[in-house]
Write a protein that binds this ligand. Structure first.
Ligand code: F6R
Length: 366
């Protein structure tokens, strides 16, 4: 059932070309020029009436929500708030009938997420679930559902569910921007062209697996690691740090590049591994300054950059390249090396990768 792979996690990482393709293909028109969501069937007015989007989730699904904020705000120009389900439910939130709540949950059974959805509904919000399990509690409770077609995810550490969430949420943002007139047809077509390439481009990352495996050793000699990034890469940094923590038990922290000098630089000691995500062209120069700040303290920096990039490679110790793609699309690719780094670090430490200590696949107690 592991299909020849040593662990479910590795199998699920390698399933991503298929699961991303499945999530995308049913949501594009045959000519590939427009997004369609038959399960939503929204009108321009449905989108124009949204005053605010509220995204609620836990863990990895929350990290997908952090990126969705960039997708929706930039592509549809609608304000987005992202909240952790267990925080949202107890903070007497400002949610009303002009709020569209988007609930992200792989299992659709996480108790805090389900309770937060009920709370948003109680306050009058419209609700849309992005979930992977057909007929799950969250899918039944929400007004509308967008399924991620990741198939069963067995490993506790979420991988293919996350990338299909990113794909579905990016499509949703494009759909909203298409309906409310913020995005031109040309812009939509270009985004979709890049999205369609992702499944094949994953193979390009898999071809670098031996390099990634060798780099995983950088983690096992240290107690701590840092993940830094700006803009969408900051959200990815959080996901990369979580993956490493949950299966390798190495302490990892994610930092927004610009925040380092507000305290964290004190912890950058010689040799400490720093994963620097630098895929976002518009903030690259700033990110390179942040890389120089940690290099000046002799950190061991692994950079992640687009294939055509010539600058990041000059400042880091080693660079992993991900295929060129639109800024909004590239996170789907850039997270894969982070998943593989965490996986191989955990394997090197001899940990039970698929069932990390103290964690359950689906958290149905508070
Ligand atoms: C991390 C992980 C968890 C889940 C979280 C939410 O790899 O798997 O952080 O993402 O427990 O689970 P769902 O998405 O099922 O609500």
């Amino acid at each position: 059932e592991k299909g020849g792979f040593e662990h479910f996690m590795l199998k699920e990482i390698y399933e991503q070309p298929k699961t991303i393709r499945d999530t995308l293909s049913c949501r594009m028109t045959a000519d590939g020029k427009q997004v369609r969501f038959d399960e939503l069937n929204w009108t321009p007015e449905d989108v124009r009436s949204i005053g605010k989007v509220l995204i609620i989730a836990c863990g990895t699904a929350y990290h997908a929500g952090l990126l969705a904020k960039y997708f929706i705000e930039k592509l549809a120009r609608i304000p987005v708030e992202v909240d952790i389900a267990s925080e949202y439910r107890y903070r007497d939130p400002l949610t009303d009938s002009k709020t569209l709540s988007i609930i992200i949950s792989q299992s659709g059974e996480t108790i805090d997420t389900l309770a937060a959805l009920k709370e948003a509904k109680r306050r009058g919000a419209r609700s849309l679930a992005v979930t992977n399990v057909v007929g799950s509690s969250v899918s039944r409770e929400a007004d509308q559902v967008v399924y991620t077609w990741a198939g069963p995810e067995i490993a506790v550490a979420s991988t293919k569910a996350y990338t299909t969430q990113l794909a579905a949420l990016l499509l949703l943002a494009i759909y909203m921007g298409q309906l409310n007139g913020v995005l031109t047809t040309t812009a939509v077509t270009k985004l979709l062209q890049d999205l369609k390439k992702v499944p094949d481009q994953c193979e390009d990352i898999f071809s670098q697996v031996n390099t990634v495996k060798a780099l995983a050793k950088a983690f096992t000699d240290h107690e701590d690691a840092f993940f830094i990034g700006r803009s969408m890469d900051y959200g990815l940094a959080m996901e990369g740090a979580l993956k490493l923590k949950e299966i390798s038990y190495i302490h990892a922290e994610a930092y927004a590049g610009g925040e380092l000098k507000h305290g964290t630089l004190a912890l950058i000691v010689p040799g400490i591994p720093v994963i620097a995500l630098a895929t976002q062209g518009d903030v690259e120069e700033k990110m390179i300054s942040n890389i120089k700040e940690v290099k000046a303290r002799d950190a061991y920096v692994i950079g992640i950059a687009k294939a055509s990039d010539r600058e990041v490679g000059k400042t880091v110790d080693v660079v992993l390249h991900v295929p060129d793609s639109d800024n909004f699309v590239v996170p789907i690719l850039a997270v894969i090396p982070l998943q593989l780094l965490a996986y191989y670090a955990a394997v090197l430490k001899g940990n039970d990768v698929d069932k990390p200590r103290n964690l359950a696949k689906s958290v149905t107690v508070e």
